[in-house]
Write a protein that binds this ligand. Structure first.
Ligand SMILES: C[S@@+](CC[C@H](N)C(=O)[O-])C[C@H]1O[C@@H](n2cnc3c(N)ncnc32)[C@H](O)[C@@H]1O
Length: 440
């Protein structure tokens, strides 16, 4: 490494607050606009951090995001020609990330779009292709018929890469045409009068989303081509995404020198319900077209994915984990000890979440090389009307593993950013970007 720690820190601290606060961020940025996945990172915020850490690592980077979500971190890493690897527990994140890290030719997408659209137009069947409990609550019959036409047209496509591309467009179509409100991530039906008065066409929505996604892809690929990161029709480095529970392990033998992530905050049962957000789209997308290695009955209930995610419903005996996690984090101990018996019961989910976060970090660290950087974007949340200082807790967890904070940045969260996680929960309007360095 040529640069001293002092210079690296100075370069990171020099990132302007306008950039960090997302003021230079384009709403049409490729990374965000393919599917509105919950709580994604803002590309303009993470890009300068990734860029500066890449310089610190002499531009030879293998990047890991162990909670990859909509894979915005990976996509940003690809712009800088990095090896990228992402993992997530949510099958919809896997599908979306597979597509976003795949190279598509403009012509193959345009040809496929024409085939899919003409197959839809000539389809006069009114057979409904999927069935699940409460389908009629979540979709009008007209929408079900239209979605079934789209489903049949996509299934006819012989090439899996192409099918994946259009499944993502179908997922966004479902988000916009189901009876579920788009204003929350939790499943919440629109009022019946609104459903009856609403004019939605799943076919038109799908047509325009497909066109928009093709345009976004072509733009992104032209950036990669321009930067020389695509040669002979392939990304020059490795880009891999896998399904997996980070609390159980990182599903690769690869090692990394950069980790960039924004973890869940432990509110996935209540406000930022990644799983519930994905439940309706996943009903319409065949598992074999996502990844047959997925070992989770994710459609069992609408809560299944969230229950299996960090901070979910895993039954652990609080007494068994409490002492060791309190030893690691005095901030957590203080937070819990302020409550009376009844409130404490409600706050125990925070202990479970932090215990799982700590365990997940233990799974990541062996994959991180000596002198690697780990950049975490994390905010605080409220439980029992008290702030959980996730930022301080994370510092303490790392300290307990012998890893000190290298440097940190703070950003304001713009309330106009939609759909941002902070619009839906009682979180503070600041987010921290905490950068650690693993020196051993
Ligand atoms: C804040 S999002 C990540 C956003 C992402 N960095 C981006 O910018 O697109 C958090 C992600 O963690 C995932 N997650 C939660 N628990 C997990 C677990 N145990 N293993 C792997 N992923 C998990 C959620 O499914 C969600 O996609």
């Amino acid at each position: 490494m040529n640069k001293t720690n002092k210079i690296i820190k100075k370069n990171i601290k020099a990132i302007s607050s306008e950039t960090l606060n997302g003021e230079n961020y384009s709403r049409n940025d490729f990374a965000r606009s393919i599917l509105n996945y919950p709580a994604v990172m803002v590309p303009s915020v993470q890009e300068p951090i990734i860029e500066r850490l890449s310089e610190a690592l002499d531009k030879n980077v293998s990047l890991l995001d162990p909670f990859m979500g909509a894979s915005n971190t990976l996509v940003t890493g690809m712009k800088y020609g990095m090896n990228v690897f992402g993992q997530d527990i949510n099958p919809l994140s896997i599908l979306l990330s597979q597509v976003k890290t795949t190279f598509y030719q403009k012509d193959e997408l345009i040809d496929a779009e024409q085939r899919v659209m003409s197959s839809i137009k000539s389809d006069i069947s009114d057979v409904i292709e999927v069935s699940f409990t409460n389908i009629n609550k979540w979709f009008t019959v007209d929408v079900q018929i239209d979605l079934s036409k789209i489903y049949r047209a996509i299934r006819k496509e012989p090439n899996l890469r192409i099918r994946k591309f259009f499944w993502v467009a179908l997922a966004e179509t479902i988000r916009l045409t189901s009876n579920d409100r788009t204003s929350t991530f939790k499943m919440h039906m629109r009022p019946i009068e609104e459903i009856n008065a609403r004019q939605v066409s799943a076919l038109k929505t799908f047509g325009s989303i497909s066109k928009k996604n093709i345009k976004n892809f072509v733009d992104f690929i032209s950036v990669l081509l321009e930067k020389g990161h695509i040669k002979k029709g392939k990304y020059t480095k490795n880009a891999e995404v896998v399904w997996g529970d980070t609390n159980s392990g990182i599903n690769t033998k690869r090692t990394f020198n950069l980790l960039v992530t924004s973890p869940p905050y432990g509110d996935n049962q209540t406000t930022v319900t990644y799983g519930q957000f994905s439940y309706l789209p996943l009903q319409w997308i065949p598992l074999e077209d996502i990844d047959t290695a997925i070992e989770m009955d994710y459609l069992k209930t609408a809560q299944e994915i969230d229950a299996k995610s960090l901070g979910g419903k895993v039954k652990v005996n609080i007494k068994e984990i409490q002492d060791s996690i309190f030893d690691k984090s005095k901030t957590l101990k203080k937070f819990i000890n302020q409550f009376n018996v009844e409130e404490r019961k409600k706050a125990e989910k925070v202990i479970r979440f932090i215990h799982e976060l700590d365990n997940s970090i233990d799974k990541m660290l062996p994959r991180m090389r000596k002198d690697s950087f780990l950049a975490w974007t994390i905010g605080n949340r409220n439980v029992n009307k008290q702030i959980v200082r996730n930022d301080l807790i994370l510092n303490e967890l790392f300290e307990s593993k012998g890893i000190e904070l290298f440097t940190g940045l703070e950003r304001d969260i713009l309330s106009k950013r939609m759909p941002g996680r902070n619009n839906f929960s009682n979180m503070m309007s600041k987010e921290k970007i905490l950068i650690y360095k693993k020196i051993k």
